[in-house]
Write a protein that binds this ligand. Structure first.
Ligand code: ADP
Ligand code: MG
Length: 409
């Protein structure tokens, strides 16, 4: 794949806008996993060496176009500084307007400012050209280092590239080449494991994924929607009832494409709000009305183990349960262990992706043993599906230095 890299654009001494994904797992205002921050350092260090003024742009969570204090990027200042051996990081309380331009104007060569959550402005997600132009006015060059957000045609992903010379950052480069490298030479049988909670955004991806993999394991809250579609009661579980039809379509497509679907046959349930108490492993036929499905059960784990041991390639996005709360981390950790052992033994190649999935692996101390860890969840699945991601297209089609950069009104 051909696209401009850091070396292909003239950044020396310039003000460089770096789109990153600092949507990291956080609890009580503290970053609980800094993988995405650490992975950004090669790009930042390159730009510091080139004496750039660095402007970091990112989203956090889904504030839906409003200022939401709990979704501020302010706590990321300390986390970034810590990852950079105490380097001072400035903060701009808005990503556009005087607050942003003043913060950028104060930067000296080699200094970094982090601007507030892009999604506090609805124009970010609608891909508004005026908003993109305002962002662009803050710098001279645009570096996209947010592979995990590049499946979205948002202003800071595709819009910025219309106004500024653009290149991929080091993390973007690594993600594209590593995932492509492993998946394009993947040996069959291929097993995909999909879980987590972003059901509506990921469910549709499964429809085409079933055409590319031999086994599809569905766990996490994602599985609840499938259980409901199969006519089971799921109590008070996190579920998207309006996605039942999509779940059914995935199952039909899997049959057509000869893809083996592995769904839970038993689950661990808990009381809403009473995490870790009153939990029990029950068959999917007997999920109590007042309870929530918070992990997959032992029999299901055994089925997944069989499937993994017969595979040559495993790709994984989305935890199998509410792993942040014990004991609902059990199946996620057990599966991580199995995949680690098989990878270390050389029988499989494994890729895991997703902010929370990578955090779960870190808790289990197992991330290092996977063949590759992607920082992306949804984008990772779409890339595997063979889809062209808008943020990648904009890199490939970049007309840097040819005078053909499109400028929208
Ligand atoms: P990733 O960040 O790896 O792409 P997601 O963001 O889609 O993954 O999902 C991760 C979240 O899903 C975690 O916070 C986890 O607690 C939650 N989760 C998984 N299974 C369940 C479940 N059965 N009920 C509620 N939440 C769940
Ligand atoms: Mg997540």
């Amino acid at each position: 794949m051909k696209f401009p890299r850091l070396e292909d654009v003239d950044v020396a001494g310039k003000t460089v806008l770096v789109r990153t994904d600092l949507n990291v797992p956080m609890q009580g205002g503290k970053v609980t996993n800094n993988n995405r921050i650490v992975r950004l350092l090669p790009t930042l260090n390159y730009l510091i060496k080139k004496k750039c003024r660095i402007v970091l742009l990112s989203h956090f969570d889904r504030p839906k176009g409003k200022f939401v204090p709990s979704m501020s990027l302010a706590p990321l200042v300390d986390a970034l500084s810590e990852a950079m051996d105490g380097k001072e990081i400035q903060f701009g309380v808005d990503c556009i307007g005087p607050a942003a331009s003043d913060a950028v104007a104060k930067l000296k060569p080699g200094e970094i400012v982090l601007l507030e959550n892009l999604r506090f402005h609805a124009e970010e997600e609608s891909g508004d050209a005026h908003f993109a132009r305002e962002l662009a006015s803050l710098g001279d060059v645009f570096i996209n280092d947010a592979f995990s957000a590049s499946h979205r045609a948002h202003a800071s992903i595709t819009g910025l590239a219309s106004f500024l010379p653009v290149a991929a950052g080091r993390l973007m480069e690594e993600e594209l080449s590593s995932i492509y490298g492993i998946f394009s030479t993947a040996k069959k049988p291929i097993t995909a494991i999909v879980g987590g909670s972003k059901v509506s955004t990921k469910l549709e991806l499964l429809e085409s994924l079933v055409g590319r993999v031999d086994n599809l394991v569905i766990g996490g809250a994602m599985a609840n929607t499938f259980l409901l579609a199969q006519g089971h009661n799921v109590g008070k579980s996190l579920v998207e009832a309006n996605m039942k039809a999509t779940a059914k379509r995935v199952l039909e497509m899997a049959k057509k494409k000869n893809c083996n679907i592995v769904l839970p046959v038993d689950v661990v349930v808990g009381e809403p709000g009473l995490s870790g108490q009153g939990n029990a492993c029950v068959s999917i036929e007997h999920i109590p009305h007042g309870m929530m499905v918070l992990d997959i059960g032992n029999a299901t784990l055994r089925n997944i183990g069989v499937c993994l041991r017969e595979s040559k390639t495993v790709i994984w996005n989305g935890p199998m349960g509410l792993f942040e709360t014990r004991p609902f981390d059990v199946s996620t950790i057990m599966i991580a262990r199995e995949i680690s052992t098989l990878t270390a033994g050389g029988t499989i190649k494994s890729i895991a992706g997703g902010g929370d999935t990578v955090a779960a692996l870190a808790i289990a101390g197992l991330g290092e043993t996977f063949s590759y860890l992607s920082t992306a969840g949804g984008a990772f699945l779409e890339y595997l599906e063979g889809k062209t991601l808008p943020g990648i297209t904009m890199l490939i089609e970049a007309k840097n230095g040819t005078g053909k950069i499109k400028v929208h009104a």
